[in-house]
Structures are given as C-alpha cells and as structure tokens.
Design a protein around this ligand. Structure first.
Ligand code: ATP
Length: 237
C-alpha cells in the first residue's frame, strides 16, 4: 500500500492587500522521501507557497496538511518536523559555526546532541571550519551553515528556497551533492529554483509554477520528454 503524502496542499490561494493574486487554487502532494523541485520565474509565487506550507504566512483560502496535521490552523504540531532555509542569510557574523548550529537546536528545546551536530557538519563539509566565525566563511559555506541550522533539530522535511541563487557553477554542484546526501538519509526535500537544469539534475519530480498557478507536475523523465523543444521557451519565461 502507498504511504499517504507527507504534505498535502489543497485549493490554496493567496491574494495580497494590493489585490495581487500570488497563488491561485494550488493543489499539490509531496511524497515521503522525494526531492520535489518547484520551478518557476521571478514572482511566480514560490516563496509565498513555501511560507504558507510551513505555517509562516496565512492563505486567503485552502488547506495544508503536514503529516496529517492542519498546518494552517496550528503550525506548532508539525513545526519540529520542518526545516526551512530561506533565501537570505540569517546568521550572526561573530558566532562560530558550531555555536550557531547548536544554538539553533536549543531553540527547539531538544537536548544537546554533539554527535548529531558533528554528523551534519561533516555531511555539509563544514567540520574543519566548526570553530570559524561565520564572517570569515565564503558565500557557499555560509549557505551550508544555513542548511546545518535548518537541520539542527532533525526535521523530516527540508525546504530550500533558491539554494543556488547567485552561486557559481562549482558551488552549485556541491549543493546538489549535499541535497542528494540528505535525501539518502531519508529527508523529504522541497526546493525552489529558476533553473530547469537544476530541477532536472536534483529532483525526482518537478512542479512548474507560473503566475501563482501550478501548470504542470511530472516525474523528471516524463517532463523532459514532454517538453522536448519547448524546453528552451520554458527556461526563458
Ligand atoms: P522569486 O523567484 O523572485 O523569489 P517567487 O516565485 O518566490 O519569486 P513570490 O515571492 O512568492 O514569488 O511572489 C509572488 C508575487 O507576490 C509577486 O508578484 C510578489 O511581488 C508578490 N508578493 C510577495 N510578497 C508580497 C507581500 N508581502 N505583499 C505584496 N505582494 C507580495
């Protein structure tokens, strides 16, 4: 028997005060253990969708269930299941890598677990820099610290909002490896991207979002086949 989806989004809409419809009747299921890429251009509604699923923002209509919990009514029940890496860096330049990640775990009221923190820092190739202050790290390392922070409380679901925006090709590949390592460890991953190559490289399934509507959800291989020559047009939207 198939497991129920870990996340289920139903008839979700969001209209901002300006009257702008950022999301229009979005329906989406995320399967346990998959890497799902939300692919779309600037302003498509990716960040809005993620923040509503995570329980940070309210929708105008619709429901979100996370592991069976109504995440609109009360996000707290599923809060510790979710890790979120926003687009912007949120770290203290003065703190060390180790302190940043352990402190983040403490915010969830979880007992200290140095062995687990060591494991994620090793997975993210940050172990050698555990005592470095955040300010002294490269941009790619700072992004990995953000991921380590988001993983500090051992979430089952990880959201990555444009993890490779403004990142050079080498670092982008490193990020892809990191995401696959996490998936292999059993984490369900939802990421957003502007790049079709990136979605194809990383995801098991891809959802294309444009102007607040999900216009296509496919397994990767089928999407590549379907798009064929239209692929380039999509890339340029
Ligand atoms: P990007 O790739 O640039 O991050 P996105 O796909 O994440 O874009 P959103 O940030 O969700 O898109 O924005 C969707 C639409 O909603 C855009 O037109 C944006 O200007 C608008 N929007 C987002 N946040 C707000 C807000 N707080 N108030 C009003 N409009 C907003």
């Amino acid at each position: 028997r198939r497991m129920p989806p870990i996340i289920s989004v139903s008839h979700l809409s969001k209209t901002y005060g300006s009257g702008l419809k950022a999301l229009n009747d979005v329906n989406l299921d995320i399967e346990r253990g998959e890497i799902f890429a939300l692919l779309g251009p600037n302003g498509a509604g990716k960040t809005t969708l993620i923040s509503i699923i995570c329980g940070i923002a309210n929708p105008s209509a619709g429901t979100v269930s996370v592991d069976g919990h109504d995440n609109i009514k009360d996000y707290r029940a599923a809060r510790s299941m979710i890790g979120l890496v926003p687009q912007e860096l949120h770290t203290d330049a003065f703190e060390s890598v180790w302190a940043t990640v352990s402190y983040s775990r403490g915010l969830f009221g979880k007992p200290a677990n140095p062995a687990y923190i060591e494991k994620i820092l090793r997975d993210l190739s940050l172990w050698d820099r555990r005592d470095s202050r955040i300010m002294t790290l490269s941009g790619g390392m700072k992004r990995r610290v953000m991921i380590a922070k988001a993983l500090s409380h051992e979430p089952q679901i990880l959201f990555l909002d444009e993890p490779t925006a403004g990142v050079d090709v080498e670092l982008r590949k490193g990020m892809w490896d990191v995401v696959r390592t996490l998936r292999d460890a059993g984490v369900t991953i939802i990421l957003t991207t502007h790049y079709i190559e990136e979605a194809e490289e990383m995801a098991d399934r891809i959802g294309v979002i444009n102007k607040g509507e999900i216009i296509l959800v496919e397994r990767k291989a089928e999407l590549i086949q379907k798009l064929g020559k239209k692929r380039m047009t999509l890339h340029l939207v």
